[in-house]
Ligand binder design. Sequence first.
Ligand SMILES: Cc1ncc(COP(=O)(O)O)c(C=O)c1O
Length: 517
Amino acid sequence: MVWSRRGKITPFSRSSEEMKRVLFRRFSSSSSSFSLNSRRVFSQSSAVASADENAAAAVLAKMPHFDYTPPPYDGPRSEEILRKRSEFLSPSMFHFYKKPLNIVDGKKQYLFDEDGRRYLDAFGGIATVCCGHCHPDVIEAIINQTKRLQHSTVLYLNNAIADFAEALASKMPRDLKVVFFTNSGTEANELAMMIARLYTGCHDIISLRNAYHGNAAGTMGATAQCNWKFNVVQSGVHHALNPDQYRGVFGSDGEKYAKDVEEIIDFGTSGRVAGFISEAIQIEHDFNYYMLSHNLSSILTGVGGILELAPGYLPSVYKTIKKAGGLCIADEVQSGFARIGSHFWGFEAHGVVPDIVTMAKGIGNGIPIGAVVTTPEIAHVLTRRCYFNTFGGNPVCTAAGHAVLKVLEKEKLQENALVVGSYLKDQLMALQEKHEIIGDVRGRGLMLGVELVTDRLKKTPAKTEILHVMESMKDMGVLVGKGGFYGNVFRVTPPLCFSKEDSDFFVDVMDISLSKL
Ligand SMILES: Cc1ncc(COP(=O)(O)O)c(C=O)c1O
């Protein structure tokens, strides 16, 4: 791979034209007469492309110019960090890539490693960085608040928490205007589920198969992917059919999937429920990843798929839940904060209004904060006992969150997510025409999924192939997420300042990497 500090291409030993010819020859032989058999044989015999091909690929796919050079890094190198991680951190920790990256700087939609190499960040720290890495307004808000007061707890008054709560409530429909701040998405969902149980006096909650809602006692019950569930008591959650338009039994017929919720209530509960929790766009929560405890080549398979719930599903289920006395909880941890482009919140795209909304990730652009928003009437249940957490509503985190909201509006990042996300999705769908291994392209705005299959009819997950493509994309300067229950789906969730030029580069790199299989 040929790199310069700013991602510009340094001269090759061969001429660019010669390199292009090498690559075009390879493309025309591997993609125009595509055959899965030959693809499989080829991927086994030649997973790693030749230096010539990488160099030629770099000529074709050029990272957009970016006028920023990070300060020199003289800290510990990746090998040293990895050694410390395996010695001093939990063996459950995992990482992407055979040789994990040491990321030391970030600016807007770009990340920089220990050598100053620039990468286009198409994952956004797992759909978390919405305004762009190290946004100056967010940094300024954090610094200013930190200098004045870092922590006091809600036992005293402070304007940062009150101002952000007011701003957040203004983004909500109807009387969803009472905010509880938490430290994470898991904690927000735990609280939401408890509120639903207290308010209704019922225990049963329905969530969707394939869902991810967190990993504490209650939320692990709502999470419905075996890789994320430990064998500990998780009571009172029923998992309904996933209205998955690609793999689901009823295709895009939302009403048919919704029937399953009715049946769960009729046959699996007393007829009354505490509530229903779902994401608006189901996140393929996770990855095939490399686990330190199982040496670096051990691969586990993760779950899910950036799946838009089948149309008509949520309105129908919300009606059913209301009839059974339950509350509807929208988990906006990933789909909220303008990411889907067409709307600020994912639930709005389905034309429903939840009783409780939970959020995290994008709310702080990387600062640890989450929130639960509900109505005054529902919120009142928490006055029956004391409810408190030490850091929830911390002035630094809420000042950051408030700055994030302002940046989203000032820089029209929701509009950008819509325009650039639609442009990128169109390009990815065009790529699907070219590469048979792309079984599905889906999602909205800058929350897109690309599912790889070795057989389009059988939808056989391309688990190994995706690893090669991901490594190759990283080598060419693009970081992308990966997940799906079978670990065969690319998750494209970049910072919302992603540009059309970034999309072009992303698609070129994916195209070249797929062609190398
Ligand atoms: C949809 C959804 N809900 C909840 C969570 C849990 O959030 P956290 O990791 O902040 O606890 C996640 C995390 O990925 C998520 O994707």
